[in-house]
Design a protein around this ligand. Structure first.
Ligand SMILES: Nc1nc2c(ncn2[C@@H]2O[C@H](COP(=O)(O)OP(=O)(O)OP(=O)(O)O)[C@@H](O)[C@H]2O)c(=O)[nH]1
Ligand SMILES: [Mg+2]
Length: 331
């Protein structure tokens, strides 16, 4: 089945953002505080160019505070970038955003030159929730699944302050393998675009070291340091009554439990990546991507051009093409 994580409305959103940007004073990019690097949209960075920008690490109530501090320091060290962490449903911190946006564009404000702020981010990161908190009513539709907002919406926050809510935007090809998993685990990618068992195994692999005690406590596990990730998932299945007729473990059910428990905060506050780790993943991902493109180019040089069969720049949701899969399309 073709994987659909860059559906039609995202193409439309990309176009709408490009059209809207010349009139925008400040771009607020909402990141998921549990995976800030993986939830930062490279496409958006490209589109927004040098616009004043605020990085907002949302869902900080679910993230590890020590790691959030590392990420804030990381962003604040970047030129022209400000960053803060919040829980979009809490109103006082949300209001700090307005002040922070005004400071970035001191020459705007007043009826003649309202401050125009575009709120962008990946699907399900909390853009509409933030807008509702800021305006104090549930004007923007929200929901715990990606793809709730389908078209741009303008909301006047004050006579001299306009907010634009946008649909969640991913990017056509996720080249960092671990980012694909982290986006799926945090809920940024629709559930029929990934394999739950694969994502649960990746999730266990990344939390078992830094947060092993939380898993042990939640599932009443014995020491699992010598178990493989697969054996750990099977152990969780057994503890949670996940047995199929005939006594086989129900790994699918265990995977769903693992993903839901992580998302709901049942393991406590967890962040899946540090700035240092993310930098290493990017390096490896870019290297792989360069190799992939080289293979595609070599194949194109060998083959005569085929009508209507060009390779696209898209790939599977996890960004992990199978060896030899060099141009799979999600269209
Ligand atoms: N725990 C927690 N949940 C949040 C926070 N912000 C948003 N949520 C939840 O995350 C889910 C998605 O929120 P939305 O505001 O619909 O996200 P969105 O970015 O507008 O999503 P799309 O319109 O689908 O792109 C909802 O279930 C919210 O209640 C937060 O700071 N903390
Ligand atoms: Mg929305």
């Amino acid at each position: 089945m073709a994987i659909q994580w860059f559906p039609g409305h995202m193409h439309a959103t990309r176009k709408a953002i490009v059209k809207r940007l010349p009139d925008i004073d400040v771009v607020i990019e909402l990141l998921d505080a549990r995976a800030p690097g993986s939830s930062a949209n490279p496409l958006l960075a490209e589109l927004a160019g040098s616009k004043p920008s605020l990085k907002v690490l949302n869902k900080q109530d679910l993230a590890d505070p020590a790691r959030t501090a590392l990420w804030l320091a990381h962003y604040q060290a970047q030129p022209g970038t400000n960053a803060l962490a919040l829980d979009a449903s809490a109103s006082a911190p949300a209001r700090q955003l307005i002040a922070a946006s005004r400071t970035l564009v001191p020459l705007r404000g007043g009826m003649v030159k309202p401050v125009r702020v575009l709120i962008c981010g990946i699907p399900n990161v909390g853009k509409s929730t933030l807008i509702n908190t800021l305006i104090g009513t549930r004007k923007a539709k929200t929901g715990d699944e990606p793809g709730i907002t389908k078209t741009e919406q303008r909301i006047a926050l004050a006579s001299d302050f306009d907010l634009f809510d946008t649909p969640g935007l991913l990017w056509p090809r996720i080249v960092v393998e671990q980012s694909g998993y982290n986006l799926a685990a945090t809920g940024g990618i629709g559930r029929n675009a990934y394999d739950e068992e694969e994502v649960a195994l990746a999730l266990l692999a990344s939390v078992r070291q830094p947060y092993g005690d939380r898993l042990q406590e939640r599932y009443k596990l014995a020491d699992f340091s010598r178990l493989s990730d697969d054996a750990l998932l099977a152990d969780i299945a057994r503890k949670r009554g996940g047995l199929l007729p005939g006594g086989q473990v129900n790994l699918q059910k265990a995977a769903e439990i693992v993903i839901n428990d992580f998302r709901s905060g049942a393991w406590g506050r967890i962040t899946l990546e540090t700035p240092g780790e993310f930098a290493l993943w990017c390096e490896a991902g870019l290297l792989r991507e360069a190799e992939r493109q080289e293979r595609v180019a070599a194949r194109t040089r060998k083959k005569p051009p085929q009508r209507g069969g060009e390779a696209t720049d898209t790939g599977p949701v996890t960004g992990m093409p199978e060896p030899g899969d060099e141009g799979s399309s999600n269209a």
